[in-house]
Design a protein around this ligand. Sequence first.
Ligand code: FES
Length: 163
Amino acid sequence: MSEVGCAQPAEDIRMEKELQDLFGKWQGTKGSLIPILQGAQEIYGYLPKEVLLKIARELKLPPSRVFGVVTFYAQFHLEPRGRNIVKVCLGTACHVRGGSKIYERMQEVLGVGDGETTEDLRYTLETVACLGCCGLSPVVMVNDDTHGRMEPEDLKSIVDQYE
Ligand code: FES
């Protein structure tokens, strides 16, 4: 089926305009690749391939350089991310207090593994090495909320609080 003539959804148009504004803001500025990537990720929630190609064209850089930077830094994401980021700590303090059981159960609850996002884009699951609150181990963080002294049976009701 041809897509020619299809109206572009308003959301796409808005994001494209914001991207063009971002290009305008950084036009002619040296070292603008990283801030443009950060800005584009804020607009789209991640960095779609076609957006990276537009950035490469705009900055007159080889696409391989842009992709190289994106894959080097953990802050950039090439896949859509969930509305809620669920982090399970597997650092030493959490590990000795059952962090791996928490992680196993969280994978069951969400139905995804490390670095993966649920199909409905509600959650992205990540493991981390320490969340800086070892006294509360084992720890799970959802967005900016810290949940300490977790038990596997607590997890479903916790993640269900986040739309
Ligand atoms: S090891 Fe888990 S919070 Fe530090």
